[in-house]
Ligand binder design. Structure first.
Ligand SMILES: [Ca+2]
Length: 141
């Protein structure tokens, strides 16, 4: 009995130290990734639009001129390819930034332009990194 109690105490102590270590190594820190590659996607490279894409650059897109603080009520445009009609939030794989209008396009993990962020300059496209299928807002500045 005493032996069992002692090993139970040792087990609890070990578990507490593991929990403590995890708390130290996993704070909620926001990441920031530059994902831009020079190039334009022809469907969005006009009308001052920057876009998020469901998967590839030929899949369905959602276009914006200034961004949106909450992508939960936005949908990939109908008739634009695979993923059309799907909700944009947590569903985009790529982004493009219109040449000559925006300075920078940014995709954020959380609504209101907060949390981890992927960004690119105008005239670029890129695959989302921190916010791949995890984006909640997009800003064009
Ligand atoms: Ca919205």
């Amino acid at each position: 009995m005493a032996r069992t109690r002692r090993s139970t105490a040792a087990l609890i102590a070990t578990m507490l130290s593991i929990v403590g270590a995890l708390a130290v190594i996993s704070p909620a820190s926001a990441g920031n990734a530059y994902i831009g590659v020079d190039g334009r996607e022809s469907r969005c490279n006009n009308n001052s639009r920057s876009c998020l894409y469901y998967s590839t650059l030929s899949s369905a897109y959602w276009a914006t001129t200034g961004g949106d603080s909450d992508l939960g009520n936005n949908y990939f445009a109908s008739g634009t390819g695979s993923g059309a009609g799907q909700r944009v939030r947590n569903n985009a794989a790529r982004m493009s930034c219109y040449y000559g209008v925006a300075q920078q396009c940014q995709s954020y993990f959380s609504p209101g332009y907060t949390g981890s962020m992927d960004w690119m300059f105008w005239g670029q496209t890129g695959q989302l990194y921190y916010t791949w299928n995890d984006e909640a807002s997009m800003k064009v500045i």
